[in-house]
Design a binder for this molecule. Structure first.
Ligand SMILES: CC(C)(COP(=O)(O)OP(=O)(O)OC[C@H]1O[C@@H](n2cnc3c(N)ncnc32)[C@H](O)[C@@H]1OP(=O)(O)O)[C@@H](O)C(=O)NCCC(=O)NCCS
Length: 178
């Protein structure tokens, strides 16, 4: 398999994102209108994973200007590509971007029953912060997890010449404007 490429999503990717969202979640689905808003209003970064020109995964990082805590709002990998490390790769890049934007924490919510995903997050350094009874639209319980972010999390974003480095240096100027 070729290596998936991860880049920032643009307004042109919205239809692909909506399709992936429909396939990935049973409730609390992000709509086309919400994706457009997230891309255009500048308070989020959407990463898209592509393989051979096809969208196979994405993540949304919310980047508030008034808080030192960023939020991994959503992440999904197309079912036929799961279990190959793509989800972890996307999480790693989200963490790197949160570090580049100088956030001190990254939080997320996950279904309490989704033990496989909770395990991935724990292995990526997140810890359980609190329980969220009835958090989801279908009434299921959630948990909030959080991870500290430090300069060490910059990882390969440090290199100006790497693809991700270019993404980082492109992004860095953007935060103040958001
Ligand atoms: C959560 C999610 C993004 C993970 O993506 P992924 O590409 O499968 O993640 P990875 O391959 O990096 O890691 C998956 C882990 O589950 C294991 N796994 C094995 N087979 C798997 C399979 N068929 N499907 C998923 N995970 C599998 C992997 O071995 C891996 O663990 P390891 O690294 O210890 O071996 C993906 O499962 C998904 O899109 N789920 C539906 C949407 C969702 O629930 N998002 C999270 C909302 S909080």
């Amino acid at each position: 398999m070729n290596e998936p490429q991860i880049r920032q999503a643009t307004a042109r990717d919205v239809n692909e994102l909506v399709e992936l969202e429909k396939l990935s979640f049973v409730s609390d689905k992000i709509t086309k209108r919400q994706f457009k808003y997230l891309i255009n209003q500048g308070k989020a970064r959407i990463l898209l994973a592509e393989l051979d020109g096809k969208t196979i995964g994405y993540a949304i990082l919310l980047t508030p200007t008034t808080s030192k805590r960023s939020r991994l709002y959503s992440i999904a990998v197309k079912s036929s590509y799961r279990g190959r490390g793509i989800g972890r790769a996307i999480i790693g890049k989200v963490i790197g971007i949160a570090a580049a934007l100088e956030y001190e924490e990254l939080s997320l919510e996950v279904r309490k029953s989704d033990l496989n995903t909770i395990k991935i997050y724990e292995e990526e350094g997140f810890r359980i912060l609190k329980e969220l009874p009835g958090y989801y639209e279908d009434g299921t319980d959630g948990i909030r997890m959080v991870r500290g972010i430090t300069k060490r999390d910059l990882g390969d974003l440090k290199s100006r010449h790497s693809l991700l480095g270019r993404l980082f240096f492109g992004i860095k100027a953007g935060r103040g404007a958001a």
